[in-house]
Design a protein around this ligand. Structure first.
Ligand code: ZN
Length: 385
């Protein structure tokens, strides 16, 4: 039995939240570097600038009445009194005079969380139009009224400069254009760093295994993605005496769940300098969900490789094939034409809401399935190398 349970416990329970740029994230990357070194891999650390963020709370006062409010993740701080301007559609927002006012976003504008400005994989046009209208309009602060009892704001972006707070739907209904409000957001953005951690062994074209170590802000991220990192480390352990023709590269990515994907951008540049250095890449993200099959999908696979993948993966009763999905770190490689395989849990797509929250604990991870994944991927790598 490999050390999957041990790695999972260290990352999710002992360390906990691992948002890129935070002390927990640094502890986690130090831990994996130590494990890889212990297994005799050569460790390279790809450093980059990142942002840590502290939140001491937010308040919203309206005519002497205090409304419950929460700082939006990564928001800048502010303490300001201003006039409210309530808008509920993109057209209304674009037409409104919000300069110097406190802009209240509600209705269809707050249906979904906006993709961050510098997120490269997925950029819906309406999201960009809302952000552009706000930046052009120049309000002093933004209040995001949610669609439910959660005060989460639709803007969670460290590259967005206007301060944002969120209020639950019921409280949001008390806000009307023309009212005076006092907004206080007690937060600070702190310059920090992070790293992708890479372990190498051997010469020749690379067979890589990839898993991201960071989490979203308010979760210990057991399934997303401590389980993937634990599985990656188990594969590294199984292959530590590797003498194949290909070289092995274990890539612990940092930033998949971050607003700006800093580690992804650094890695993407490295891949771009020589994509053909990679023979094939296996990305592991969200594997081991209790009661779920393992889902695999292929990207940019040549026919011969597709056959090997189908033979090895589909023979496993725990595995099912799924359609390609366009997010996740396999896309960094596939976008450069590198053959890639993505492994996750089949049931994860139906429960995407539960990720990035407090429900993502080690209780939802089945270490036995992770161990099966480590076995199958190791067998695939031996076949490739
Ligand atoms: Zn993930």
């Amino acid at each position: 039995m490999t050390r999957i349970k041990e790695h999972l416990n260290v990352l999710a329970n002992d360390i906990g939240p691992r948002l890129t740029g935070t002390p927990g994230n640094l502890k986690a990357t130090n831990y994996v570097a130590g494990v890889l070194r212990e297994l005799n891999y050569q460790v390279n650390r790809q450093r980059f600038d990142a942002m840590d963020w502290e939140d001491s709370g937010a308040t919203l006062d309206l005519d002497g009445q205090t409304i419950s409010a929460q700082s939006a993740d990564y928001s800048n701080p502010i303490n300001v009194v201003g006039e409210l301007e309530v808008v509920d559609t993109l057209e209304a927002l674009q037409a409104a005079n919000i300069k110097g006012k406190i802009c209240v976003l509600t209705g269809e504008l707050t249906k979904e969380v906006l993709m961050p400005k510098n997120f490269t994989f997925y950029k819906p046009e309406t999201h960009q139009q809302i952000i552009a209208a706000l930046e052009l309009g120049g309000p002093v602060a933004i209040i995001s009224v949610s669609h439910n009892e959660s005060p989460a704001a639709i803007i969670q972006d460290g590259d967005f400069e206007i301060p944002v707070l969120g209020v639950p739907q019921a409280d949001g209904q008390k806000l009307h254009s023309g009212q005076q409000a006092h907004v206080v957001i007690n937060t600070s953005r702190i310059k920090s760093t992070g790293e992708n951690t890479l372990g190498h062994l051997g010469e020749g074209r690379k067979v890589a295994v990839v898993a991201h170590i960071d989490t979203a802000p308010k979760t210990i991220g057991a399934l997303d993605n401590a389980s993937g990192v634990a599985t990656l480390l188990a594969i590294a352990e199984k292959l530590k005496d590797w003498q194949g023709e290909a070289s092995l590269e274990f890539v612990i990515m940092n930033g998949e769940d971050n607003y700006a994907m800093p580690g992804e951008l650094v890695m993407s540049e490295m891949i771009a300098t020589n994509p053909s250095a990679y023979k094939v890449v296996v990305n592991i993200d969200g594997v081991g969900m209790l009661g779920s099959k393992v889902a695999y999908s292929g990207y940019e696979l040549p026919d011969s490789l597709r056959e090997t993948v189908n033979t090895i993966f589909s023979q496993q009763k725990e595995f099912v094939t799924v359609d390609p999905w366009p997010m996740g770190d396999h896309m960094l490689f596939a976008a450069r034409g590198v053959p890639a395989i993505s492994l996750t849990s089949a049931d994860i797509f139906a429960q995407i809401d539960f990720l990035h929250g407090s429900a993502d604990t080690v209780d939802v991870v089945d270490a036995v399935i992770c161990d099966v994944v480590a076995d199958v991927v190791s067998r695939f790598i031996r076949e490739m190398g």
